[in-house]
Design a protein around this ligand. Structure first.
Ligand code: PLP
Length: 383
């Protein structure tokens, strides 16, 4: 059995989600748009998954739109959100430490003539409300910030930012990439203050290839233009035959995650605290780079190479990640934005916890890291 500690990259599909997908693929496999009984049954499954997701998000079902992934949700919110607001202004606020699904969408806006302010993070990768307020202008029409940074676990207080932005009299659309926050931190879409919230299935034990965008007030409120055009699925907001196996699995995974949220949070916090305690006491010079999210622990062994440490652990069937799983071969721009030195960045490891990780697995990981440090040479050749 692999010892999997890369849960910020993706998670194992839980039994409940796999069963829900299997049922749709083998029994309830009609097209939700078909008018016969099988179509109607499939539609029922679709709407019931939407209700499950809405309950987990603290939203109304009409506010939940299924997409293919977190990336699509981010792209849709940013590109169509800006388009919707373009008559009111030309300025967007985001940060330098967003996921590339957001950064590349911002690049696309800039290429169209938009002005984008990318805020610098605090030490843990979070964004302060004050820095948003300082950047706010009368022509700011869109703000896009992540809830939890995928590399550091730094938590941005979206609720405080939304309140501050509204108090300052701004009507800018607020988008939150909550791909790493959903079902890891408790929040309710109805009180968060964001107009749009992106979430993704594969980070919460559903399969890959399913995401959702929460749009406040549903189709009647924010008239977000579809990014994908064609049929009239998802209230004519997102075309394409619904990926019902993934959608049903996402609903089941969200329901279970919601029911277990407190327990999972406590469990992951306990694992993270124990990891910090053991790793710091057993490895001189080891740095903890992490923010407060319960499921992400970022550490560094300056002078060692992340890849070499990863390979050492992999020989024991233990899986962690360098920084973000999407940044193959490049130095992390997130850790660079924190002002960390190259030797700290090059020795960084991201440990991602899930509710399924055990203490025995954690001990195996800590033993592995200590053994790696004791037996591997640093890049300078010292032990
Ligand atoms: N946003 C954040 C913060 C993420 O961590 C990720 C995935 O790693 C995404 C967006 C993209 O989500 P998906 O993999 O579902 O496209």
């Amino acid at each position: 059995m692999p010892i999997y500690f890369d849960n910020a990259a993706t998670t194992m599909v839980c039994r409940e989600a796999a069963d829900a997908a299997y049922n749709i693929m083998t029994e309830n496999y009609g097209n939700p748009s078909s008018t016969h009984t099988m179509g109607r049954n499939a539609r029922k499954a679709l709407e019931s998954a939407r209700e499950q997701l809405a309950r987990a998000l603290g939203a109304e079902p009409a506010e939940v739109f299924f997409t293919s992934c977190g990336t699509e949700s981010d792209n849709w919110a940013i590109l169509s959100g800006a388009e919707l607001m373009k008559r009111r202004g030309n300025h967007v606020i985001s940060s330098t430490v967003e996921h590339s699904a957001v950064l590349k969408a911002l690049d696309a806006l800039e290429a169209q003539g938009w002005e984008v302010t990318r805020l610098s993070p605090e030490k843990d990768g979070s964004i302060s409300a004050q820095s948003v307020l300082d950047a706010l202008r009368p022509d700011t029409v869109l703000i896009s910030l992540m809830m939890v940074n995928n590399e550091t676990g730094g938590i941005t207080d979206i609720s405080a930012i939304s309140k501050a932005v509204r108090r300052a009299g701004s009507g800018a659309l607020i988008h939150c990439d909550a791909v790493q926050g959903f079902m890891k931190l408790p929040f309710k879409a109805s009180t968060l203050g964001a107009d749009m919230i992106s979430v993704s299935g594969h980070k919460i034990h559903a399969p890959k290839g399913i995401g959702a965008l929460y749009i406040k007030g549903g189709e009647k409120a924010i008239k977000l233009k579809p990014l994908i055009v064609g049929g009239s699925q998802e209230s004519a907001r997102r075309a394409g035959t619904e990926a019902l196996p993934q959608i049903a699995a996402f609903g089941a995974a969200a329901e279970l995650a919601k029911a277990k949220l407190d327990e999972s949070q406590e469990h992951m916090k306990m694992l993270k605290a124990r990891a910090i305690e053991r790793l710091c006491s057993e490895n001189e010079g080891l740095l903890v780079l992490s923010g407060d999210a319960p499921h992400i622990l970022s550490i560094s062994l300056p002078g060692y190479k992340s890849e070499v440490l990863m390979n050492f652990l992999e020989k024991r069937d233990i899986f962690v990640s360098k920084s973000s799983a999407c940044r193959k071969g490049k130095r992390s721009y997130v850790l660079e934005a924190l002002g960390l030195s190259p030797d700290v960045i090059d020795g960084a490891l991201r440990i991602g916890f899930s509710r399924y990780n055990t203490l025995e697995e954690l001990d195996a990981l800590c033993n592995g890291i200590s053994d790696a440090k004791a037996s591997l040479k640093t890049v300078l050749g010292h032990k």
